[in-house]
Write a protein that binds this ligand. Structure first.
Ligand SMILES: [Zn+2]
Length: 319
């Protein structure tokens, strides 16, 4: 869990590391989307502060580093929400704890995950603790909603901004099987994992691919019927259109390059080879993009899908 293991957050890590190396401040606010490595970075910071062999990074091997990785270090506390909030009962004991010297002689590091879920009472209690900083005690507050944190707490913290991860980084973390999920995950490893664990994702993907290969022979009535069958809400319609977009993007790349290695849907190679309809693929991709933007503007999902499929169907070459 050292800094070296955190991917795609070079800027955040550079800022954090320079603060920690020069003069660690008392409290930090890690802001950024869910599932981009904020909690891992907080634990890496705890390792870094406590590792007797730390240079640019913690060693990852010493007893202190190992204990932190296992969640067994007495001076590193990770507080998660208890149900829907972080409660005063969870925060109050921290004042006693931080009044003591650290158990192992290094830094006490107190990490509050999802700090925007602090109740008002808990936040006020935390503020009191932060107002009396102790030497060698570091607070790291983690949040995807910094605006929901008391401004009086925010202003005491060094803010470290984390950004959404690129699809490439998500694939590096989760592996090749996450290639499509990564593109749909808005930069979050957690979202990509949720997509991978959702059985409907793969069923829908199969259905959409089957639908596209039949598209040249479908009547408009049959297209409308399929759109009705999917009963799409906004999120599902975006997912369906993403599958359609990836499929035609692949078809274009395959027609241009004949290189199966460049495909996103490697399992669709045969369909790309046998799909011979002569289509203006660039214009199809543009029409899909346009439909995506309608969906984001909350135009009816079912209608948007049907109109998009009419427009890209070889039967209807109007624009
Ligand atoms: Zn170490």
């Amino acid at each position: 869990m050292s800094f070296a293991q955190i991917k795609g957050q070079d800027e955040a890590l550079n800022v954090l590391r320079s603060v920690l190396q020069n003069r660690p401040t008392h409290s930090y606010l890690f802001c950024g989307p869910e599932g981009v490595g904020k909690k891992m970075t907080a634990l890496a910071a705890a390792q870094f502060l406590n590792c007797p062999f730390a240079g640019d990074d913690a060693c990852g091997q010493c007893p202190s580093c190992r204990k932190i990785a296992l969640g067994e270090h007495a001076d590193v506390i990770l507080l998660e929400p208890d149900g829907a909030s972080i409660k005063i009962e969870q925060v109050r004991p921290l004042s006693t704890l931080t009044a003591l010297r650290s158990f192992e002689g290094g830094y006490q590091v107190i990490i509050l995950n999802e700090a925007h879920l602090l109740t008002e009472q808990a936040a006020n209690s935390l503020l009191k603790i932060l107002e009396e900083p102790k030497e060698k005690t570091v607070f790291i507050l983690i949040t995807s909603k910094p605006e929901a944190i008391l401004s009086t707490i925010r202003s005491r913290c060094t803010v470290i901004n984390f950004k959404g991860l690129s699809a490439t980084v998500i694939v590096e973390i989760l592996g090749e099987q996450a290639a499509q999920a990564a593109l749909l995950a808005n930069g979050s490893v957690k979202t990509a994992q949720d997509i991978l664990n959702d059985p409907e994702f793969f069923t829908l993907r199969q259905e959409v691919h089957a639908f596209i290969t039949r598209l040249p022979s479908l009547s408009n009535a049959q297209t409308v019927e399929q759109c009705e069958l999917w009963k799409p809400n906004k999120a599902k319609a975006i997912r369906i259109l993403s599958f359609v977009e990836f499929w035609f993007r692949d078809l274009l790349i395959y027609r241009l390059s004949q290189n199966a290695e460049l495909l996103l849907n490697k399992d669709c190679l045969e369909s790309y080879q046998s799909f011979t309809a002569d289509l203006d693929l660039l214009s199809i991709l543009e029409k899909i993009e346009q439909a995506m933007s309608y969906l984001r503007q909350n135009v009816s999902p079912q209608l948007t899908l049907a109109v998009c499929f009419f427009k890209i169907s070889p039967l209807n070459n109007f624009s």
